[in-house]
Design a protein around this ligand. Structure first.
Ligand SMILES: Nc1nc2c(c(=O)[nH]1)N[C@H]1C(S)=C(S)[C@@H](COP(=O)(O)OP(=O)(O)OC[C@H]3O[C@@H](n4cnc5c(=O)[nH]c(N)nc54)[C@H](O)[C@@H]3O)O[C@H]1N2
Ligand SMILES: Nc1nc2c(c(=O)[nH]1)N[C@H]1C(S)=C(S)[C@@H](COP(=O)(O)OP(=O)(O)OC[C@H]3O[C@@H](n4cnc5c(=O)[nH]c(N)nc54)[C@H](O)[C@@H]3O)O[C@H]1N2
Ligand code: SF4
Ligand SMILES: [Mo]
Length: 690
């Protein structure tokens, strides 16, 4: 029987940075069907399995419905009133600020929350707590893309649009398992290849979905990217495949790059990356000579101690060949969370106000002090701490209180035993979430917020497109809008904020954020707009850097190769690589509460190559213990050629076999992103699954 909907609500998918437009079909207050919308240039009617079947979490019986508090970390949570919960948080934050100084407090904003919510929470942190200790999961994700591209081009976002992908002649996809992590973008890639004859160069250690579509797949050793891309630059210069007019007109520092890559022969890189030199030459030829080549990357590039370096060497390739600023080209970091682009744009980072205006700039501080009606001395003039630094400082007693909105470091940060100690060490931890996630379970106070389906606001997708989120349901129990909670807390910290709606918050944000200046909720009713959008009549910007770069000239950065922080040895002889599968989302808080998804991938697996499995006496389905210098987990063996010999792969989707107990907290020196993609482990068979 076909159900007829009481109501259909047009909104934005809450999972990934593609930002698919969906219609939620509601019957008796339940989302019973979800369709992709055709009236946009993001998903053209398509959705992936999460966007179509991943919504049960909204109706989950264990949604947070009332504020929770406990007397001590050893006692159980009890329900409390909003008044008591918010007064307690305000009192504890004020106490830490006034006793130990503003920089003893840290706040995590949320890439799952709206622009409006993130704008308000960073404003609270800066204007009322007086610290720049505000960060979020972008640190763990594309901080190296933002840092690397800010240096080479002047701005760190995806340069081109999703709709532009079929115009590329060559796609260079590296460190992105696009079919599983950005499935609807992968459809555009397949369209370019299958319908328009584009060629795909895939550079990735693992055999992934896109391998079937690749002209060339370089299965490089994890962590060898700089060597490979330097060698491609070497070949491009040696063979005269450079775009000399572009280099002369639009770039600087070419001679230094030329000098650096002179000795990076394909043979030298081949020895490090363990791929044939001829493949590197062929990749360079295809990329440089197509006329329109676009680069796409994600975590395989960014999550290394050389993450920023990896991004810079990719940027070098685009600048060498003039593959930027035109349709079908560009440097395209595929952003992960639904609103991680927006959370960065809103200043949810320790070094910048909204719109990437540096906290160290006196002019910027003056501007924001005026806009926020606070004395300029209140706004801290130094860069705050990153997530990874916040945890270190907590452990050493320098961070006393942490407020976390919509993030789950107890599953997503590296080296979880260290994170647990850090969160246990703080005097006060408050969490604002829609579930009692692993981090909330350690908190003193937990505030119930509402999900995307119960709220109004905007998300900014990976191609910088700002899109509306519209409410379909009433909040469960006493749960409140994230922006209302933040406003209420701000007022208990001494502010006098009077916001009546998300649209009003957006309007204030747009006055201080140049990229968003021309956008309003009213304009977005007709469809998303890509920033920069400086004025009310500006149509938005589908391609960045068409005439000049944000920094003026594009900067070549000569970079040398460095190996990963932890090499394998006789005790820990395998490389552990971690990442994602199609059906689950990060720590599983949302996707594992959606039976339609969980039933397909119910348990943690360790991908291991048949020759390694054979040597270790492991059969498919056996339980294996994976251990590193930091911890151990037990999961089922999946014997497969997907991962190369010597590398095992795990997802971090399963709390009961949390991969981040194993990962290393070594970070990139500039972006401070952890090296999730390489650490050393040992693997042992522990028995047979029952
Ligand atoms: N289903 C699903 N989709 C998601 C998410 C999710 O949890 N589940 N999360 C979202 C988020 S926040 C993000 S950031 C994105 C991430 O999207 P991806 O980065 O595509 O996801 P990962 O699984 O981390 O895949 C990284 C890829 O890098 C490769 N790789 C590993 N090491 C190296 C290396 O040293 N060099 C190179 N060149 N490649 C390497 C891996 O083999 C893998 O193919 O996905 C988003 N989409
Ligand atoms: N080993 C390993 N670890 C990794 C990675 C990896 O590749 N390997 N990738 C890293 C990357 S790229 C990322 S982005 C991080 C992701 O790390 P997290 O951001 O910590 O992961 P999520 O599980 O998405 O957490 C989101 C939280 O937001 C809550 N939430 C959802 N909607 C709302 C809302 O509307 N309001 C509020 N208040 N809360 C809400 C959810 O319940 C959940 O608790 O993980 C990182 N960790
Ligand atoms: S591709 Fe991303 S935005 Fe689109 S339906 Fe899937 S999870 Fe949602
Ligand atoms: Mo991410």
């Amino acid at each position: 029987m076909m159900l007829t909907a009481d109501r259909v609500v047009h909104t934005t998918c809450p999972y990934c940075g593609v930002g698919c437009q969906v219609d939620l079909h509601l019957k008796d207050g339940v989302i019973f069907r979800v369709n992709g919308r055709f009236d946009n240039e993001v998903n053209y009617g398509n959705l992936c399995v999460k966007g179509r079947f991943g919504y049960d979490y909204v109706h989950a019986p264990d949604r947070l419905r009332q504020p929770l508090m406990r007397a001590s970390r050893h006692s159980d949570f009890s329900p409390t009133t909003w008044d008591t919960a918010l007064n307690t948080i305000a009192q504890k934050l004020r106490h830490a600020r006034d006793t130990y100084g503003s920089d003893s407090v840290a706040v995590l904003v949320s890439a799952k929350c709206t622009n409006e919510e993130n704008y308000l929470l960073q404003k609270l942190t800066r204007a009322l707590l007086g610290t720049n200790n505000v960060d979020h999961c972008a640190r763990l994700c594309h901080s190296s893309s933002v840092a690397g591209l800010a240096i080479t081009l002047g701005s760190g976002a995806m340069t081109n649009s999703i709709s532009d992908i079929p115009q590329a002649r060559v796609l260079l996809v590296t460190g992105s398992n696009t079919t599983e992590a950005h499935p609807v973008i992968a459809l555009q890639m397949k369209k370019a290849i299958v319908q328009h004859g584009a060629k795909l160069i895939l550079i990735d250690p693992r055999h992934i979905g896109l391998t079937e579509y690749a002209t060339l797949h370089l299965r490089i050793k994890p962590g060898s990217d700089v060597a490979v891309f330097n060698a491609m630059a070497h070949v491009i210069i040696r063979e005269g495949w450079t775009d000399d007019a572009f280099i002369a007109a639009r770039t600087e520092n070419f001679d230094a790059l030329k000098e650096m890559v002179r000795n990076w022969t394909p043979e030298r890189a081949a020895a490090i990356a363990e791929v044939p030199a001829a493949q590197i030459v062929e990749a360079a030829r295809l990329y440089a000579t197509s006329g329109a080549s676009a680069i796409f990357w994600a975590m395989g590039i960014t999550q290394h101690i050389t993450g920023t370096d990896n991004v810079k060497v990719l940027s070098n390739l685009a600048l060498l060949t003039g593959n930027i600023g035109r349709p079908g080209t560009g440097v395209n970091p595929l952003r992960g969370q639904n609103n991680v682009q927006g959370a960065c744009d809103m200043g949810g980072l320790p070094n910048v106000f909204p719109g990437y205006q540096p906290v160290t700039s006196p002019e910027a501080r003056q501007k924001f002090a005026q806009a926020w009606a606070v004395p300029q001395e209140r706004l801290s003039d130094h860069v705050g701490l990153t997530i990874t630094e916040i945890m270190d400082h907590a452990l050493h007693g320098k961070i006393k209180a942490i407020f976390i909105m919509g993030e789950n470091p107890m599953l997503s940060d590296p080296n979880l035993n260290h994170v647990r100690q850090a969160l246990q060490a703080v005097d006060f931890l408050a969490v604002q979430d829609i579930f009692l996630n692993e981090t909330a379970q350690m908190a003193d106070v937990v505030l119930p917020a509402v999900s995307f389906a119960e709220k109004n606001g905007t998300f900014t997708n990976t191609e910088r497109r700002v899109q509306l989120v519209r409410p379909a349901l009433a909040p469960p129990g006493q749960a409140r809008q994230d922006w209302e909670i933040i406003t209420d807390l701000a007022n208990r910290l001494g502010a006098e904020w009077h916001y009546n709606s998300a649209a009003e918050i957006f309007a204030e944000m747009a006055t201080v954020t140049p990229q968003y200046a021309g956008i309003s909720h009213a304009r977005l009713e007709d469809g998303g707009i890509q920033w920069p959008c400086p004025t009310r009549d500006h149509p938005g910007t589908p391609i960045l850097h068409t005439v000049t770069f944000t920094r003026g000239k594009g900067l070549f950065e000569p970079i040398d190769y460095l190996p990963p922080s932890e090499g394998v040895d006789t005790e820990y002889p395998y490389i552990l690589s971690t990442g994602r599968i199609l059906f689950h989302w990060h720590g599983g808080t949302l996707s594992r509460r959606s039976p339609g998804l969980d039933v397909i991938a119910p348990e943690a697996e360790v991908e291991i190559h048949p020759s390694d499995a054979g040597r270790l006496g492991i059969a498919p389905g056996d339980l294996v213990r994976v251990s590193s210098r930091r911890g151990e987990v037990v999961a089922a063996a999946r014997v497969t050629r997907r991962s190369p010999v010597g590398t095992v792969f795990m997802t971090f989707h399963y709390a009961e076999a949390a991969a981040n107990l194993l990962t290393i907290d070594a970070v990139d020196p500039i972006a401070k992103i952890p090296e999730y993609k390489v650490c050393a482990v040992k693997v042992e068979r522990v028995g047979r699954e029952v």
